[in-house]
Write a new protein. Structure first.
Length: 464
């Protein structure tokens, strides 16, 4: 046991050290009483804002036996599909008193029936107001006239490595659970496929079922939506990731305004990470920023004066660590806003103003569903424009004809085509529009050779 005099001496040493004053109102525990403080008041304040999300979807299963001629000989050509009900479990956060709930898109994607359950056991049906796989967020609306307790959305840019945080959710379906930890890192990327990866990392225990739950600061504010974990065995290893609340705020605002899709700003430029070699070649002290690799003529970036070879290092004074961070900063700034870009050109910094707007549809998309006896039958194709490219998460400078989707049981799927494939040419002839492609297929040459661009890689697929 520490004697009172000794403990007082330790407290004086702590209080007199620079560490105690390193941050505004952020100090290490200085007394025994401070070390016995509890998170209970914060939890009581916030528990009614975090909900359990139950999603059910009906799926069709096909038995391999129905493809067996011997089986068909005895049972005939019965329907090979059977309907099964799948359930998924996640968490969500109430962000408005009238019942708007934010969660992860992957929790509710494809669901036919969604319910939420409050901490006190009350259950309500919900409908999806807005969802987007690219940012892995969804906003639900509780179907009730009751008034709910929202969690205030904080400013995630104020979060610092080392800050105390609480994670609240429903891990493994055991019920509402609170875990504590710290912010382990900021601006993490390359964690999962998305439009831009920009995550808050935390060591607060996050497990399956926590997806969509709250990462909360010591002011009781939402600073992130728990989204992913690094794990080898399915449980928490102390490496969890949350979507920052500043992106959540913009997404919720779009949902409340009645938007059917979540629009990203279009700036008409392409970027790559700054590698060590690039940093050395450009005279940069550290390999950080977004290297401009292409600027579309007459696009917003071109008009602002951005040039190929320059490096964007900040947006509105906030550091840009990589291209994903640039996308995050532009999106959270908001459409219609003008942002201040800081770029490095030949070792010198300069600032420029860039107007954020939606991607234009420079050519009519002319959506067509291809049919006939050919490998592309059942493919839904559109003419590429910056707007269509943005919707399909493709580089905005792509041109030509793209496969946006497929009909049920499409021949094109069995032929190996995928959403996002750009049809460059057919039988050596350039494909410049959906009208041209449909006419070429109608000629039925009996042999088809397609040059396609898939994820930036050129390939050829041939069929007889």
């Amino acid at each position: 046991m520490i004697k009172k005099a000794s403990f007082a001496l330790i407290a004086c040493l702590v209080l007199s050290s620079p560490l105690a004053y390193a941050q505004d109102a952020k100090t290490v525990p200085a007394t025994r009483e401070e070390m016995q403080l509890s998170f209970a008041p914060l939890v009581k304040q916030s528990k009614d804002s975090v909900v359990n999300v139950y999603a059910e979807r009906l799926v069709q299963r096909r038995s391999a036996l129905f493809d067996d001629p011997f089986f068909q000989q005895f049972f005939g050509q019965r329907s090979p599909n059977r309907t099964e009900k799948q359930s998924s479990l996640g968490s969500g956060v109430i962000v408005a008193a009238d019942g708007f709930v934010v969660t992860n898109n992957h929790v509710v994607d494809g669901a036919d029936d969604i319910k939420i359950a409050l901490a006190d056991g009350r259950e309500y049906p919900c409908k999806v107001v807005l969802k987007d796989a690219g940012v892995d967020l969804a906003v639900l609306k509780i179907q009730s006239k009751d008034t709910f307790t929202p969690m205030p959305i904080g400013n995630s840019d104020n979060a610092e490595v080392g800050d105390l945080v609480l994670a609240i959710g429903n891990p493994f379906g055991v019920g509402q659970t609170v875990t504590s930890g710290i912010v382990s890192a900021l601006a993490r990327n390359k964690l999962q496929s998305s439009d831009f990866s920009f995550f808050i990392q935390t060591d607060a225990s996050i497990n399956p079922g926590n997806s969509g739950g709250a990462l909360m600061n010591m002011n009781g504010e939402l600073i992130g939506i728990n989204s992913a974990i690094f794990t080898r065995g399915g449980g928490s290893n102390g490496i969890g990731f949350a979507i920052p609340s500043n992106l959540v705020r913009v997404f919720v605002k779009a949902a409340e305004s009645g938007a059917k899709t979540f629009e990203r700003p279009y700036i008409g430029a392409s970027f790559e990470p700054v590698t060590s070699d690039v940093a050395e070649a450009l005279g940069l002290p550290v390999p950080r920023g977004a290297l401009v690799t292409k600027v579309i003529k007459d696009g917003p970036s071109d008009k602002a004066g951005l040039k190929t070879g320059e490096v964007v290092v900040a947006v509105n004074g906030e550091e840009v660590e990589h291209p994903d961070a640039l996308g995050y900063r532009l999106t959270t700034a908001g459409l219609g806003q003008t942002v201040d870009l800081t770029v490095i050109d030949n070792g010198k910094k300069r600032d420029m103003n860039l107007k954020l707007s939606v991607a234009p549809e420079t050519v009519p998309r002319d959506t067509r569903t291809l049919d006939g006896n050919n490998p592309l039958a059942g493919a839904i194709v559109e003419n590429l424009s910056p707007r269509v490219a943005t919707e399909l998460h493709l580089p905005a400078d792509q041109t030509g004809v793209v496969i946006s989707d497929f009909t049920d049981n499409a021949m094109a799927v069995r032929a190996g085509f995928k959403p996002g494939d750009i049809i460059v040419a057919m039988n050596g002839q350039k494909v410049d529009s959906t009208k041209t492609l449909a006419a070429m297929l109608a000629d039925d040459p009996g042999f088809w050779s397609f040059d396609i661009n898939r994820g930036g890689q050129e390939m050829r697929q041939s069929f007889r």
